[in-house]
Design a binder for this molecule. Structure first.
Ligand SMILES: [Zn+2]
Length: 140
């Protein structure tokens, strides 16, 4: 059971448990297909490009860009007060994941903004969130 002070948390299964264990060790890990070398998230039973079931975990840089985002100005869960940003992050290595952009004002988040992973401990989980790579932003 959860209460109002506990945010919704991941529910790992046999496929996603290694991802969350890597996060706990401050490593961002994706799945690498052994057949076609495609890198992907979320973890799954087979490569979404060639359907091979042969894959290995690969640690990535944790750097990427904001592919798209939404700025929430309404509180849907008491443990997650507005405003907050839910973003689709495209890692430099290719895979995309849904996360939050933190470490700056929500109004400062932009598409193509350079970000890097920042691991945050929340109620026994370590969540990969993203913060601006530079304070100044803009082209680099
Ligand atoms: Zn593949």
């Amino acid at each position: 059971m959860s209460d109002d002070t506990t945010p919704p948390l991941p529910n790992p299964d046999v496929l996603t448990q290694p991802f969350w264990e890597a996060c706990r060790e401050r490593r961002l890990q994706v799945s690498a297909c052994e057949e076609c070398n495609h890198l992907f998230l979320p973890p799954g039973p087979c490569c979404p490009r060639c359907w091979s079931t042969r894959q290995t975990p690969r640690v990535v840089s944790g750097e990427g860009r904001v592919y798209s985002f939404a700025l929430y100005r309404r509180t849907y869960h008491p443990a997650i007060p507005e405003p907050y940003v839910v973003a689709l992050i495209e890692l430099d290595e290719g895979p995309r994941l849904i996360s939050n952009v933190v470490g700056c004002a929500p109004e400062e988040v932009r598409v193509d903004m350079r970000v890097r992973v920042r691991f945050e401990d929340v109620d026994g989980f370590t969540l990969p969130r993203f913060e601006p790579l530079t304070m100044t932003g803009g082209a680099s």
